[in-house]
Write a new protein. Structure first.
Lengths: 480, 425
């Protein structure tokens, strides 16, 4: 068998998180109207300001057009054929994990996210979101001792309404784009993190998003605030069952970093990506943006994108504070008929701001993998610097790798450097490794891992190993 | 050596682009050109003016573009031929020069040197628009504008390997809109230098379209100097089709345009060809200068080496979009593209977008972009050797521009490109 055939086979391993949990779910009827928004809001017993925020977003959304500039070519989504709220039937938010439906705990166990006390991951606090609601948040009390608030956003809306009202929608306004407006109108759950002044969060925080129902849309919203001199590292993971229909996931993540603070946000996205013929899979339309408001603040995005039928995602940094730093490290792997259009925006507003972009795209099968990024130097960004590196690896002669970097400068004292390259798994390197007794799959795995090393080095320990394994798994069957 | 000058006089049709009569007032050509003209007008009727939401026009100052079409269209008046005051360089030129303008047959009473023959109307009918089609730019707005206006085409067949350089001067007129179109067929194994000079005048607009087919094993060295003056605007599309094993080197310099836009569309048809692109755009005052290039490899083992430079000062805006397309058939392509930009003033702006679209897996493609000031270390090095700050800056800028200017074909040197460029920077 030629190495390209082997390579091809290597990329196509079955999706192991594709099971469905058989659990009684409360769903509202399909469709989106003002009444549906009022219903979601009343189910969550939200304060008036949030209802108004949702309604304002809905009105904006009605006036907006679904963006098509990324030319992702997916069939038109019928927004009236989606359920906007689904939750496992529970009477009340449980006081302790013992009261949570064991089936749910079992689900997260199977996903490798044990929630029960004995099996919990040490030093990682987890917020587990199932369809539209948060099931449980671990280590809450221990975090509270340090003044750190880590809970679901619904809980935060009721317990810390002043914080939510002050920060929600300030980084991603409700009319920012079509999907952000939709999310603002109907978001159900997500995580809320608040790190008070001078506190270094004592453990990694993590959210795990699971879509279980086939006909719902998941619209989570995450808000992370790091006060002056605070720091936090946050991890996000996602999976979904295998359905032959497409499921919509439109999330919004807002990060706010104040003076001298630092937020590290890592994602391992492994939504179901559809089968070999491109049937089914998640449409992942996500708006992620961080704002470095304070001087010398830092926001770092790391992502490993392996799933979803369609990915439309551009985690961005608004570098407002003087000397603030933005980072983006990304690995995006596409196989079969997956399409990923992902990248970042680094908007330099303040003086002496710095940003680094490292993006690695791997395309296999008939997939399309695009890097689309913006680096913008505003008129006041004197002394600002950016360095971008976008590398693509092609596996097979039917996959495509595209690079669309937009570079804008209005500041003569700023400097921008961008470089991009495209390569493939070279026969020579493969031969070298194989001649030294390394098996084909392992050799490919090593080369892909080496290609992505700059990004994996940025992931938290817990995720780095997982990401490496995930990539090897995803590549199975495609390399050769 | 032969030296010829052909000059034409004009009369203006006083109607604007926004007026549908503007097009209808132009003479109707015969043959394929008539169809092309009709198709162009139908397309423009359908599309109208470009919008900000169109990706190709996002950064463009559309009001400036629009104002160019308020100018009356210029028609030639063949009965009134006079020598015009065109600022042609006086230095000796070992080549063949044509000064051309719309509608007029610039080859009338001219002896073409050996190796150059005029394409007959019948030949043109088979060829016209073919390269545009090959380059997939029939639906480009600027091409449609030229299609709509052109009613005369200069067509030349070029054959041989000991040919004099060809200098084509495209003249504009004050307070008028001008459209020119050229078709060049470069036969197999031909080697020749082509230097095009587009000159702007006060309050003038010029639409230019070049279709060039480069035959197998042919070698073309193509220079482009677009020199504008106050309130002059131009837009040109250069569509180039390269046959197997051909070599095409292109160097361009653009300066002084209130609105300047150069679109290069290149397709390597059967592979094994090489393309070298060098470009320099210098914008001052409130100028906006755009350079867009698209190169597609439709065969294997193609080579591209591209370097695009820009200098923006004062309140000017410089834009570059470079696209490299490598479809599945184009295995073993080697392409590199570099966009280097100097932003020298507080209020100037630079937008650059180098793009790669790749499907073939056995390729080497790279691109890079930088936007910065002159390197402090380099300035310091000169200062420490007793060179004044101003001289150091001038020297560095000269070196920066020279890397492109020196790649212009031989006849480029007599146009005083470098000294003109650095004036006022």
């Amino acid at each position: 068998m030629t190495s390209s055939n082997l390579l091809g086979e290597l990329v196509s391993k079955p999706y192991k998180y594709g099971f469905v949990t058989d659990i009684e779910t409360e769903k509202i009827s399909k469709g989106l109207t003002e009444d549906v928004i009022r219903l979601i809001s009343s189910k969550k017993q939200e304060p008036e300001f949030l209802l108004n925020f949702r309604l304002k977003a809905y009105k904006q959304w009605l006036k907006m057009q679904e963006p098509d500039w990324a030319e992702l070519g997916y069939p038109k989504v019928n927004y009236q054929d989606i359920i906007y709220y689904a939750a496992p039937k529970q009477n009340q938010k449980k006081a302790s994990l013992d009261e949570v439906d064991p089936k749910l705990l079992e689900t997260f166990d199977k996903l490798g996210i044990p929630l029960s006390e004995q099996k919990r991951l040490s030093n990682v606090a987890v917020d587990a979101v199932f369809d539209s609601v948060s099931i449980a948040t671990t280590y809450k009390e221990q975090l509270a001792e340090h003044g750190v608030i880590f809970c679901s956003i619904s809980e935060a809306v009721n317990e810390y309404p002043e914080l939510v009202e002050r920060y929600l929608g300030t980084v991603v306004p409700c009319n920012d784009n079509f999907f952000a407006a939709l999310n603002s109108a109907v978001f159900s759950d997500g995580s809320f993190v608040y790190i008070p002044k001078g506190i270094e969060c004592p453990m990694e925080l993590s959210s795990y998003f699971r879509i279980n129902s086939g006909d719902i849309g998941q619209f989570e919203r995450t808000l992370i605030i790091a006060e002056d001199r605070a720091s936090v590292s946050y991890l996000e993971g996602c999976t979904a069952p295998m359905f032959d229909t497409n499921t919509l996931h439109a999330a919004v993540v807002e990060l706010i970093a104040l003076e001298d603070s630092s937020i590290k946000y890592s994602t391992v996205q492994n939504w179901y990506s559809g089968n070999e013929e491109g049937v089914g899979g998640i449409y992942n339309f996500v708006t992620k943006r961080g704002q470095c408001r304070g001087a010398r603040s830092k926001i770092s995005w790391s992502q490993v994108e392996t799933g979803s039928a369609i990915t439309w995602k551009y985690p961005s940094c608004i570098l407002q504070g003087e000397g603030s730093v933005g980072e983006f490290y990304s690995v995006a792997l596409t196989n079969n008929l997956q399409k990923a259009d992902t990248g970042t925006k680094m908007v330099h507003i303040g003086a002496d701001t710095k940003s680094t972009i490292v993006s690695k795209g791997i395309s296999a099968g008939k997939s399309r993998n695009s890097y689309r990024g913006l680096v913008q130097m505003g008129p006041k960004a004197s002394g600002a610097r950016n360095y971008s590196q976008c590398d693509s690896m092609l596996i097979g002669d039917q996959a495509s790798a595209n690079t669309y970097p937009y570079i804008r400068s209005q500041q003569s004292m700023a400097s921008i450097e961008h470089e991009a390259s495209t390569c493939r798994i070279s026969e020579d390197q493969l031969f070298y490794l194989q001649s030294r007794g390394i098996g084909f799959e392992e050799a490919v795995s090593m080369m892909v891992s080496g290609f992505c090393r700059d990004v994996f080095n940025q992931l938290p320990m817990e995720f780095a190993a997982e990401a490496d394994k995930l990539l090897a798994l995803k590549l199975e069957g495609s390399v050769g | 050596m032969v030296r010829r000058r052909i000059c034409i006089a004009f009369k203006a049709v006083s109607m604007s682009f926004h007026d549908s009569k503007w097009f209808n007032s132009l003479p109707t050509p015969k043959g394929d050109l008539e169809k092309i003209q009709r198709r162009g007008r139908e397309y423009l009727d359908l599309i109208g003016m470009p919008k900000k939401s169109d990706e190709a026009w996002r950064f463009t100052d559309l009001s400036r573009l629009s104002s160019l079409f308020n100018l009356p269209f210029l028609l030639n008046n063949p009965t009134n031929k006079i020598r015009k005051n065109i600022p042609l360089p006086s230095s000796k030129f070992e080549g063949f020069q044509l000064v051309i303008s719309p509608g007029f047959d610039p080859l009338e009473s001219v002896d073409l040197p050996d190796g150059f023959t005029q394409l007959s109307t019948a030949e043109l009918d088979g060829i016209l628009g073919r390269t545009i089609d090959k380059c997939s730019c029939n639906d480009e707005w600027l091409v449609a504008v030229n299609n709509s206006c052109t009613y005369r085409v200069l067509g030349l067949r070029i054959n041989g390997d000991n040919l004099p350089p060809l200098e084509l001067v495209l003249d504009s007129r004050e307070d008028a809109f001008v459209a020119t179109r050229i078709v060049l067929i470069v036969e197999s194994k031909t080697k020749f230098d082509l230097f095009q000079v587009l000159l702007g005048k006060n309050n003038s607009a010029h639409s230019h379209l070049l279709e060039m087919h480069i035959g197998s094993d042919a070698c073309v060295n193509h220079g482009w100097l677009a020199r504008g003056t106050k309130e002059s605007g131009y837009f040109a599309t250069l569509a180039i089709e390269q046959d197997i094993r051909s070599q095409y080197a292109f160097s361009s310099v653009q300066e002084g345009w209130s609105f300047g836009r150069l679109e290069q569309k290149i397709v390597q048809e059967s592979g094994y060809a090489s393309t070298a692109l060098r470009g320099l755009q210098v914008s001052k005052g409130k100028e906006q200068i755009v350079n867009n290039s698209t190169i597609r490899f439709d065969g294997p083992e193609g080579v591209l080496d591209q370097l695009q430079k820009a200098i923006a000062v004062d309140y000017s805006h410089s834009i570059f979009n470079g696209s490299i397309e490598v479809p599945r058939i184009a295995q073993r392509t080697s392409a590199s593209q570099l966009s280097r930009n100097l932003l020298l003033s507080k209020h100037a702006r630079i937008d650059t977008k180098p793009q790669l679209k790749i499907v073939a897996d056995d390729v080497k493609c790279t691109h890079g972009a930088t936007v910065s000031q002159l390197q402090e270390e380099q300035v310091f090095y000169m200062l420490s050797r007793g060179i004044s700050h101003e001289d150091a800056m001038r020297l560095l800028l000269k070196g920066y521009c020279e890397e492109i200017v020196r790649t212009l074909p031989v006849s480029g040197s007599r146009w005083g490109v470098l000294s003109n460029l650095l004036e006022g920077v």
